[in-house]
Design a binder for this molecule. Structure first.
Ligand SMILES: NC(=O)c1ccc[n+]([C@@H]2O[C@H](COP(=O)([O-])OP(=O)(O)OC[C@H]3O[C@@H](n4cnc5c(N)ncnc54)[C@H](OP(=O)(O)O)[C@@H]3O)[C@@H](O)[C@H]2O)c1
Length: 336
């Protein structure tokens, strides 16, 4: 089969090659991959700043893929040939608290990912695709959608009239905008440009703040919430901006620390956290049961993922460059 293989850090070292097609063992499914979608994690893995010591030789990268079951390993499965499924990033994390070794069982690193014509998914890590979604759309769900969903539902407990601040208009952000607005919340989106804000408003955001033109964006967030601050911030930027996020979040409010777009290190000012009595929780996607709950919500609300562009299988470098430049929603690669 054809697969993209990462030989060393850097996009130039990602090569399209012919490799042996895998065979499913007991409990495994062989998937003909229809589409894969890029996450910032995939870019960070390729560039060598995401757990570089864990990256195996000759990795097939990209965790998120959707496709059709074409073979089932011995012992059978709840899935049958012809079923459409996606990966679930933390393939061993089914429900409850994560175990100490979940990172050892992630697709796209260290397990082979979806930038290939075929891939193996253990049946316990496969999640049925909601029928109304194409493979291209479904490939965007495993990380970006699920992380946004888990932060809003499991942590934020977001309900009608709550206010959620979402940073940027990338993959996680646009799912957060769509989910939070479907839950009845008011959504403030921050973006580097006004055009993206206008587009985000079409997808459910109520208001936007241009953080390039307004470096003190937290002050505007306070003005927009009558001086109180938001109930929940979907923190995607990371770095020292966490201190602005703290100021934009209400007393007793919550910060879902998901991203590190601006850096993995920050100098945290403790007094605003203490005096505002904030709760900060780190996120590493979510367990599979939350994925199934999210899919029920998707089906009821018929939400379609926001896809900026779909690339072909031989345009992986272009897709990577698009993500590097900044995407509105998701960047997808059509494989078959
Ligand atoms: N912990 C987890 O489970 C988890 C899961 C998924 C993602 N993540 C992390 O979350 C972050 C976002 O992931 P993603 O896949 O959604 O990335 P993405 O699609 O590449 O998002 C990029 C967008 O974020 C916005 N952005 C960049 N810097 C920003 C800043 N300083 N403030 C506000 N917005 C900024 C930009 O939007 P504008 O051009 O509109 O400004 C940019 O287009 C990444 O750090 C990723 O690793 C973590």
């Amino acid at each position: 089969m054809k697969a993209w293989i990462l030989h060393d850090f850097g996009i130039k070292n990602l090569k399209l090659e012919c490799v042996e097609k895998p065979s499913p063992k007991n409990g495994e499914l062989l998937i003909k991959v229809g589409a894969a979608s890029f996450n910032f994690r995939d870019k960070a893995i390729i560039d060598g700043f995401y757990e570089p010591h864990r990256i195996p030789k000759n990795l097939i990268p990209v965790s998120d893929a959707a496709g059709v079951v074409v073979a089932v390993g011995d012992g059978g499965s709840k899935f049958k040939i012809g079923d459409r499924v996606t990966t679930h990033l933390y393939s061993n994390w089914i429900d409850g608290s994560p175990k100490h070794n979940e990172l050892d069982y992630c697709f796209g690193m260290p397990l082979p990912g979806g930038l290939a014509e075929y891939m193996i998914i253990h049946e316990s890590a496969a999640v049925a695709v909601p029928d109304y979604l194409t493979d291209e759309e479904a490939s965007t769900l495993p990380v970006a959608a699920l992380t946004a969903w888990y932060a809003l539902s499991d942590f934020g407990n977001i309900k009608s009239n709550d206010t959620v601040l979402v940073q940027g208009t990338g993959g996680v952000a646009m799912f957060a905008v769509q989910f939070a607005s479907a839950l009845g919340a008011k959504v403030i989106v921050t973006s580097s440009n006004d055009q993206n804000i206008r587009k985000a408003i079409k997808f459910g955001a109520s208001m936007g703040i241009n953080y390039r033109l307004n470096p003190a964006w937290e002050e505007i967030a306070l003005e927009l919430t009558e001086g109180k601050g938001v109930d929940l911030t979907i923190e995607l930027a990371g770095g020292d901006g966490i201190n602005q996020t703290a100021m934009a979040t209400k007393v007793g409010g919550k910060i879902a620390q998901i991203g590190f777009l601006d850096g993995q290190v920050s100098q945290l000012h403790l007094m605003p956290i203490i005096l505002r009595q904030l709760t900060i929780r780190g996120f590493a996607v979510a367990p599979r049961l939350a994925y199934e709950e999210m899919n029920k919500f998707l089906m009821v609300n018929k939400i379609h993922p926001v896809i900026d562009k779909i690339y072909s299988f031989d345009q992986v470098e272009d897709a990577y460059n698009h993500l590097t430049k900044g995407a509105f929603g998701k960047v997808v690669i059509k494989i078959s």
